[in-house]
Design a protein around this ligand. Structure first.
Ligand code: FAD
Ligand code: NAD
Length: 323
């Protein structure tokens, strides 16, 4: 069997690696210049800064086992920094018993380990699909790939929708508006913040999350770095906001929250159009075409977290091999 996987985030990679292990011929197609999707980190200030997923938790026994293996291989480590909550203009310690993991030295580390590059087509945005007994894939830069028995779309529903014109039944079963946007700002400070918080769940104002990036294990930085996420509501309302405005707002909020002045040396902005699952949307699981060998899945199939992406990739491979 020859399988094309569109999207090399955790879900697509996990699915393909399991298929490869079972002897399937797998090719990945990824529009970015590197794999990892929403677990990507940006090369910045002499290191990598996590702009998407900030950490992950493990609750499913199979994923717990996977995390244990990653940890033994030095690819992930627990992040034990102190967690706070900001609400009603108060910053209060908010400890819990959750074990949170991060990739070492960046979130993408466990995804990039042990990949065979020759089957991954990077900088390859698939813009159309056709099927005549086998699949043909066309890329934005007019490259054609053919001869696939099965195609797996491991991408957000809105992006899958655009590719599924030939299968309106499957297109209609895709959830709409399931992934909400998120502006992310990373900043390097001239001076460290005195407050001890490593991360803050923000419950007021335009931000939802604030993290002292340099408090994560393996991030050896000369200057302190922070990552701030805006709420989905704020991001949706200010989708075209400039990087400078967002950096200014983020810095003001951080300073107010920590009740101390901060000096930003440099900042970087990234807009995630499809970031977090809308909690009001129902979980749809794996979606399979009734007419063609085609499957659509991703973190959103099961809930919208790193663990859900891994479980979706695993379930997709099992379904294709044994379903
Ligand atoms: P993705 O990682 O989105 O992978 C899809 C891939 O498909 C991408 O690489 C994309 O470039 C590619 N692609 C899309 N369309 C095409 C196309 N047409 N052709 C080729 N390639 C294409 N989860 C947590 O558990 N903890 C967190 O703290 C956390 N924080 C987050 C913060 C932010 C800002 C964001 C954005 C996400 C966060 N998440 C978090 C969610 C987590 O990152 C995702 O659940 C997980 O990474 C999704 O993996 P995936 O493989 O399903 O999708
Ligand atoms: P988790 O168990 O640490 O947190 C789940 C949620 O519980 C948090 O979002 C927060 O609202 C709340 N929470 C947990 N511990 C808390 C504490 N000590 N004090 C106050 N609130 C607390 O993580 P998880 O279940 O693995 O979820 C993954 C995380 O990824 C979530 O925080 C989610 O919001 C975040 N995420 C963010 C985006 C984005 O676009 N910014 C996208 C996807 C996921």
């Amino acid at each position: 069997m020859k399988v094309a996987i569109i999207g090399a985030g955790l879900a697509g990679l996990r699915c393909g690696q399991l298929l490869q292990a079972a002897g399937v011929d797998v090719s990945w197609f990824e529009k970015s210049r590197a794999v990892a999707g929403r677990m990507s980190a940006k090369r910045l200030w002499g290191g990598h800064v996590d702009l998407g997923a900030q950490y992950f938790t493990a609750r499913d026994p199979a994923f717990i086992q996977q995390v244990r293996q990653w940890q033994q291989a030095g690819l992930v480590a627990p992040w034990l920094g102190k967690v706070y909550r900001y609400q009603d203009n108060r910053l209060a310690a908010s400890p819990d018993s959750e074990l949170r993991y991060v990739g070492l030295p960046a979130m993408h580390a466990p995804l990039r380990a042990g990949l065979s590059n020759e089957t991954i087509h990077l900088n390859c945005c698939i813009t159309s699909l056709s099927y005549n007994g086998h699949w043909q894939l066309m890329s934005k830069d007019d490259r054609h790939f053919s001869g696939f028995d099965q195609v797996v779309l491991a991408i957000p529903p809105a992006q899958a929708h655009a590719l599924l014109g030939m299968d309106t039944d499957l297109q209609h079963r895709l959830p709409s508006q399931v992934l909400l946007p998120c502006h992310a700002v990373a900043m390097q400070l001239s001076q460290s913040i005195r407050h001890e918080a490593a991360a803050v769940f923000v419950r007021q104002g335009p931000l939802s999350w604030v993290a002292r990036h340099s408090s994560k294990p393996g991030r050896l930085t000369e200057h302190e770095q922070w990552v701030l996420h805006f709420t989905a509501e704020f991001t949706a309302q200010h989708l075209e906001a400039s990087a400078a405005d967002l950096a200014r707002i983020a810095a003001e909020q951080l300073s107010e929250m920590m009740a101390e002045p901060i000096q930003v040396q440099d900042s970087y902005h990234h807009r995630w159009l499809y970031a977090s699952v809308d909690n009001s949307s129902r979980q749809v699981g794996l979606l399979r075409s009734q007419h063609r060998p085609c499957m659509v899945m991703g973190d959103w199939s099961f809930g919208g977290r790193v663990e859900n992406a891994w479980l979706a990739g695993q379930a997709a491979a099992e379904e294709l091999l044994h379903g």
